[in-house]
Design a protein around this ligand. Structure first.
Ligand code: FES
Length: 110
């Protein structure tokens, strides 16, 4: 498991290395729920951010600066842009006693 370096504040995010070759991020939704995703845009596999490391646009959506894909932080679904209807890869995240861990992720074979 990978321990998050810190917990995101409500409406905020934390990026972290998932392993030696992949990055992930966690977001805390307005209701306090944590979500975590691989930081790989389903469009062309680039990191999801606004080009300066921030994930959220003014509308509260996560946005990929590369070609403008916008994602629902609660589901990882692309709401608009070149990969509309596709999804970020969700990660299992557990928060216990002020810390959070992400379960190992192995992509499906094939
Ligand atoms: S790589 Fe994210 S929108 Fe193209």
């Amino acid at each position: 498991m990978t321990k998050l370096p810190e917990l995101p504040a409500p409406g905020g995010s934390v990026r972290f290395p998932l392993d030696e070759r992949r990055e992930a991020f966690a977001v805390r939704l307005a209701d306090g729920t944590l979500r975590a995703y691989l930081n790989v845009c389903p469009h062309r596999a680039q990191p999801v951010d606004l080009g300066d490391g921030r994930l959220f646009n003014a509308a509260g959506e996560m946005e990929c600066a590369a070609h403008g894909a916008r994602f629902d932080p609660s589901t990882g679904t692309c709401l608009g842009g070149p990969c509309e209807g596709q999804h970020l890869v969700p990660l299992q995240i557990n928060e216990i006693a002020g810390s959070a861990w992400v379960e190992p992720f192995d992509p499906p074979a094939g």
